[in-house]
Design a protein around this ligand. Structure first.
Ligand code: F6R
Length: 242
């Protein structure tokens, strides 16, 4: 596990976007795994800037998002479809057929999960999977206790996760109780995992990931067993203010 300590959110975002841009420059058909939430927004802004400066094209890129809320359609302002469109896709030259996000409104959610796995398989391995870190150690929406061998599945969101995400909604009652998420095994099949961690609030979780034991009770701990992980963390998250 390589840990890159940076000064702040902005530097984390720039470094993360340059890892993705390097891959896009080198590979003819790159496959990216993407995340939502507050953490990757700056990285997406940095990618948009690179596109506007004509240093990158996304015409040959495929993307797979980690997760989506159950019950929120693609036009719902809190759906991850909407988030990705607003924060990245509508600003760059990526076609709708190149971006994949589970459909949280599918009639049969189990079949939707199987289809999503199939779509990832057909694209080949994910080259770089971007992750944020949940306060309780979740990656994707894999909450504590999720099996390390899980594939894309429907998960019941913990109250603490719903509370943490309530800031995007009018009230916590509006936060869905379930989500579709790539499983831990699906995530760790990616060639490279790029975990972004910013802010004091994440310091305890990051310390547990680095120093704690590998356990399904702390899903992110699985990253200790992956051969190719880069963590980009800012000073506040590292509790290191040198
Ligand atoms: C988002 C996701 C989540 C977030 C995590 C951190 O697609 O899967 O695991 O990465 O909850 O969220 P933020 O970045 O908002 O702190």
């Amino acid at each position: 596990m390589k840990i890159v300590k940076v000064k702040d959110y902005q530097e984390m975002s720039q470094k993360a976007s340059s890892v993705l841009l390097d891959l896009i420059a080198k590979k003819a058909d790159p496959v990216l795994g993407l995340a939502t939430g507050s953490t990757p927004i700056g990285m997406y802004q940095s990618l948009i800037k690179a596109y506007e400066q004509e240093t990158v094209s996304f015409k040959h890129v495929k993307t797979f998002n980690l997760d989506e809320y159950v019950g929120l359609g693609r036009q719902h302002p809190n759906s991850y479809h909407y988030f990705m469109n607003e924060k990245l896709f509508k600003h760059i030259d990526i076609g709708s057929g190149q971006t994949f996000i589970p459909d949280g409104t599918a009639n049969d959610l189990v079949v939707e999960c199987q289809n999503y796995e199939q779509q990832i398989r057909e694209a080949g391995q994910i080259d770089i999977q971007v992750l944020g870190l949940g306060l309780n150690g979740h990656i994707g929406f894999n909450e504590p206790g999720t099996s390390f061998s899980s594939r894309t599945h429907v998960i019941d969101l913990m109250e603490s996760t719903r509370l943490a995400n309530a800031r995007f909604f009018d009230s916590v009652d509006e936060v869905p109780t379930q989500a579709i998420t790539m499983g831990i095994d699906t995530i760790t099949e990616s060639k490279l995992i790029l975990l972004l961690v910013s802010g004091e609030k994440k310091a305890t979780a990051l310390a547990r990931l680095i120093n704690g034991e590998v356990s399904e009770e702390f899903p992110a701990s699985i990253l200790n067993r992956h051969p190719n992980v880069i963590i980009i963390a800012d000073e506040a998250a590292c509790r290191c203010r040198e």
